[in-house]
Design a protein. Structure first.
Length: 319
């Protein structure tokens, strides 16, 4: 059984039925996410970009601070988990290149197509940048991290951390922290709590791109698993709970229906009218929550970089 089929069988056995958002990112899903990042309603990407544009030199200094204590002669590894198109990271990379710092960029992404595009763009825009791309899930990347000598700056940007539930946020940060030494730094992007209507709108854009992104999951199951999801029988539904910071996306069944999945031996799954499949978490944070999360993961907050409106925070963490 393929991993994807396995995941669907497991996810549809839960109550409520639930799927991991990591499966959004096939080639079509990665393209849709590129479009989302440019949407007027989707503020996180441009806000984090603005933080890097205005505070890039200070961020780079904070990332290099620990490396001064590391054994000399080894280049700093800038490891980025979920690198995507690298748009924001290129600002930090340019800053490092301008300082003639000895470093290697290790972009890690689950989508080989997104990674290929990133590497091609880096070759053109920053031809002298030493790059070691890694098409892998975060867990595989963690293993690579553990084996790498020299100081590391690990980037986990874009509020990707919010795609984990609270227990997984802590466990993931803990796992990230485990192979790090005192010389290493982590830079984590957190989307902050704000007007709940703005948050909800960011996941329910007027052009319907986010709806397409969510529905693409079913398109993927049809193409890769021989499922027979009728896309017009499903509806994208985002909801935000300001009391917990939980931004959740759902796919809601517009009618009672049965879906069969060839890759699961034709197994049938019944959906009641208006039954919802949970497809994504995009948690929002307060600064005290971030400090508590870091502490629970065995990390300390070194420095916080925010935009003026306090919409987004890039937090430097260390062991
Ligand atoms: C990748 N991740 C941080 C995005 C988010 O905001 O949760 C994915 C996304 N989903 C819908 N819009 C954007």
């Amino acid at each position: 059984m393929s991993t994807l089929a396995d995941h669907v069988a497991h996810g549809f056995a839960q109550t409520p039925k639930s799927l991991s958002s990591k499966y959004f990112y096939d080639a079509a899903g990665s393209r849709l996410f590129q479009q989302i990042m440019a949407l007027p309603e989707y503020y996180p990407t441009r806000t984090e970009l603005a933080i890097f544009q205005t505070q890039g030199p200070a961020i780079v200094r904070a990332l290099q601070a620990g490396a001064a204590d590391a054994p000399t002669g080894q280049a700093l590894a800038v490891v980025e988990l979920g690198a995507g198109d690298g748009l924001k990271t290129k600002i930090l990379l340019r800053e490092l290149l301008a300082q003639s710092a000895a470093f290697t960029y290790v972009p890690v992404d689950i989508s080989p197509s997104a990674l290929e595009e990133l590497v091609a763009s880096l070759r053109e825009e920053l031809p002298t940048l030493p790059t070691e791309p890694l098409a892998a899930e975060y867990t595989a990347a963690l293993a690579t991290l553990a084996q790498r000598p020299g100081a590391k700056a690990v980037l986990f940007l874009g509020s990707n951390i919010g795609n984990f539930g609270p227990a997984d946020q802590r466990d993931f940060l803990q796992a990230l922290a485990a192979p790090l030494t005192a010389a290493d730094r982590l830079l984590v992007g957190f989307d902050l709590c704000k007007d709940p209507r703005r948050i909800r709108a960011a996941y329910d854009d007027a052009q319907g791109i986010t709806a397409e992104f969510n529905l693409n999951l079913l398109r993927r199951f049809n193409a890769e698993l021989g499922a027979d999801f009728q896309l017009d029988a499903w509806q994208h539904y985002p909801d935000y709970d300001p009391s917990t910071g939980a931004m959740r996306s759902w796919l809601v069944s517009r009618r009672a229906q049965t879906v069969r999945v060839a890759a699961l031996g034709g197994q049938a799954f019944d959906f009641a009218a208006w039954e919802a499949i949970h497809t994504e978490n995009s948690f929002k944070f307060t600064l005290p929550q971030i400090a508590a999360l870091a502490l629970a993961a065995g990390l300390r907050v070194v420095e916080v970089f925010q935009d003026e409106a306090g919409d987004f925070a890039d937090v430097v963490l260390a062991r």
